[in-house]
Design a binder for this molecule. Structure first.
Ligand code: SF4
Length: 135
């Protein structure tokens, strides 16, 4: 049986992005052939709507958000830190339920990115998952 992995939903062409646009990362097809792929969008799982205002981490990276030292603020100036944390925790819960040990996450996202580190990526790394940045 193929290994179960988590993949950012937007990489698979699902319209989960903040701007509601649909992208399909061509290399995602490789993942679909190699693994049992489970799409996740931490921002939606955290309760945010789509489309939604873009957001950024202020005062640090995703690790700092986890420790309470930084906040996530959207383009309207609203603090959406709670939703980002809830979404990250839901993704971790799903990883544990499904036994997923790897996640392929979208680059340049305050949730999914690795450089700089997003909130979900930081939580999954802290909990021992292998996290790869895509696109
Ligand atoms: S980058 Fe992550 S949080 Fe943003 S739309 Fe894609 S899956 Fe959702």
């Amino acid at each position: 049986m193929r290994e179960t992995v988590l993949v950012s939903a937007c990489l698979l062409g699902l319209a989960t992005r903040y701007d509601g646009k649909r992208l399909l990362e061509p290399r995602a097809r490789d993942l679909l052939e190699r693994y049992r792929v489970v799409p996740v969008c931490p921002e939606q799982l955290g309760g945010l709507p789509t489309p939604r205002p873009p957001a950024e981490i202020l005062g640090g990276d995703g690790g700092a958000v986890l420790s309470g030292a930084a906040r996530v603020i959207n383009a309207r100036g609203e603090d959406v830190t709670g939703a980002f944390l809830r979404g990250a925790e839901e993704v971790l819960r799903l990883a544990r339920l499904l036994g997923a040990r790897q996640a392929f996450l979208k680059a340049q996202s305050p949730s999914c990115g690795l450089h700089p580190l997003g909130v979900t990526a930081a939580l999954l790394l802290r909990e021992g998952l292998e996290v790869y940045e895509w696109a």
